[in-house]
Ligand binder design. Structure first.
Ligand code: SER
Length: 317
């Protein structure tokens, strides 16, 4: 990869991925793609090039790709699960019509493409424990439907046209930088903000509901590692199960209480979030990623808790 375009560079994952890749490949080689109204600010704006790159305006992507001689695109444009249920048409336009635009431009300009899938691509009929790489995917959220389509369309472009598409199924991603918006797993981010501010946390997910989660540094590393992986070893393409930790609200609460014994949590279950959470795996089997491109995670729950509390205290207090 010589020149990279990040689509959605001001979002939850994009903001950190842009800086991570600039550190690895050089600032001038990583272009922060943005949409009107969400322009990069601060370090993101000042440390390297940026370009308008709106997935629903194909010409903006084509222009950015040509101008910056892009050969790899990280496509992070998406609406998260809860917000997508409220805006399904927009979720599809961004997730699928947008992906089509990107894949066509990638085909014409010989770019590799990374478009994340998610635990949301699974559904109630999927085996929830040690969810296999290749298994039933019948999600009932529009987010999940668009993620399964993302996987299939990305595979199709690879088999039909040789476009180098690769992706992972991200668990819920936890970070202290850019807050997520409208996801089912967001409670596991919000809980740390409350703990650091000394507020009681009201949990929207029932005790006992486990989901796969991952700390942002592992998620960034996974995306970059997969894009650099030897294609000759890849049996799969879109998208690899990747796992790091799996917990329910009681477990993350207990992890935080080791540092903040007075922290309080109560429950007010959100029926939509709960139904979505119950349809997602408890814990994925990521052995294919480990075998095919040496994926490994570095943070478990307690490592993450310590780091989140330290970093958020620096930012918020
Ligand atoms: N974090 C996403 C969500 O909760 C799942 O990939 O919507």
């Amino acid at each position: 990869m010589k020149n990279i375009l990040i689509i959605g560079s001001t979002g939850q994952i994009g903001s950190e991925l842009t800086m991570y890749l600039r550190n690895l490949y050089g600032n001038e080689h990583v272009v922060a793609g943005y949409i009107a109204g969400a322009e990069p600010k601060g370090e993101l704006r000042d440390s390297g090039p940026s370009a308008l790159a709106d997935v629903v305006k194909a010409e903006s992507i084509a222009e950015a790709v040509k101008k910056h001689h892009i050969d790899a695109i990280y496509n992070l444009a998406a609406l998260l699960s809860v917000v997508a249920e409220a805006k399904p048409r927009l979720a599809w336009q961004i997730g699928i019509d947008g992906l089509w635009n990107i894949l066509e431009i990638a085909r014409e300009n010989h770019c590799a493409v990374f478009t994340p899938s998610s635990i949301g691509s699974f559904g109630l009929e999927t085996p929830p424990v040690m969810t296999p790489q290749d298994t039933i995917q019948r999600p009932r959220t529009i987010y999940g439907v668009s993620k399964v389509t993302t996987e299939l369309l990305s595979d199709w472009y690879f088999h039909k046209y040789g476009v180098d598409t690769r992706s992972v199924r991200f668990p819920g991603i936890i970070s202290y930088v850019t807050p997520p918006g409208g996801g089912t797993t967001d409670y596991a981010v919000d809980i740390y903000y409350c703990a650091v501010r000394g507020e009681r946390f009201t949990c929207p997910i029932k005790a006992g509901t486990r989901m796969d989660m991952m700390y942002m540094p592992d998620a960034l590393h996974a995306a970059q590692m997969l894009m650099e992986a030897d294609p000759g070893r890849l049996v799969h393409r879109n998208g690899f199960n990747i796992a790091a930790m799996s917990f329910d609200p009681e477990t993350i609460y207990a992890s935080i209480r080791q540092h903040k014994p007075d922290f309080e949590m109560t429950y007010e279950v959100d029926p939509l979030k709960q139904a979505i959470a119950e349809s997602w795996p408890d814990q994925m089997d990521d052995s294919c990623a480990r075998q095919e491109w040496d994926w490994e995670h570095h943070y478990d729950l307690d490592d993450m808790t310590k780091d989140m509390l330290d970093k958020l205290a620096n930012r918020l207090l």
